[in-house]
Design a protein around this ligand. Sequence first.
Ligand SMILES: Nc1nc2c(c(=O)[nH]1)N[C@H]1C(S)=C(S)[C@@H](COP(=O)(O)O)O[C@H]1N2
Ligand SMILES: [Mo]
Length: 201
Amino acid sequence: MFRSRAMRKVEEAGYDPERLPPGQYLTEKWPVLHAGTVPDTDLATWDFKVSGSVETPVTLSWAELIALPSTEITIDIHCVTRWSRFDTSFKGVHWSELAKLVCPKPAARYVGAHAEQEFTANVPLKALEDEDALLAYEADGEPLTREHGWPLRLVIPKRYFWKSAKWLRGIELRDHDEPGFWERLGYHNEADYWKEQRYEF
Ligand SMILES: Nc1nc2c(c(=O)[nH]1)N[C@H]1C(S)=C(S)[C@@H](COP(=O)(O)O)O[C@H]1N2
Ligand SMILES: [Mo]
């Protein structure tokens, strides 16, 4: 069976080479990537909003958010710039806990993730409902570092990592899809790394 050089390296590192999506290579490091600057956040004034196509919009303080039941996931990160990092663990709140509070309307099918500095990312609501998606506040057993999105980031493991908005401040449910920051710049709307959905052009 054909093995690319990148896949052979994955094998040499002791992993199943089939874990590496096409066009990716494995890195041990965790690169930092974003547009703009790392925001200054004060947890005392920080809040998190769930809005849009919901019965009961909510605004949660940091204390209220972390008081919600938490879950942990261990996932592989695949960045569109071609690095992949295996087995990063995240702890945080699953969307289902927030859904209990807001009651999504039947028409809600899409999500706009809102982050600091007007950054946005869009995914289908199904992707957020997936059991391995998370609103994460810890990575590898430690609070997120500022560069990786502290205090809260989205993690959507089945898509390229640009969908996983750092410095997340809100989730807006919609009855229609709207492209986010990178999607407006030509990145693929779906971002399935097994299909190499990197760019629309
Ligand atoms: N708020 C915000 N989140 C963002 C981005 C961004 O520009 N702003 N970039 C995305 C991109 S392109 C990637 S690859 C990942 C990188 O996450 P990391 O720096 O934790 O590796 O964050 C995503 N989340
Ligand atoms: Mo990225």
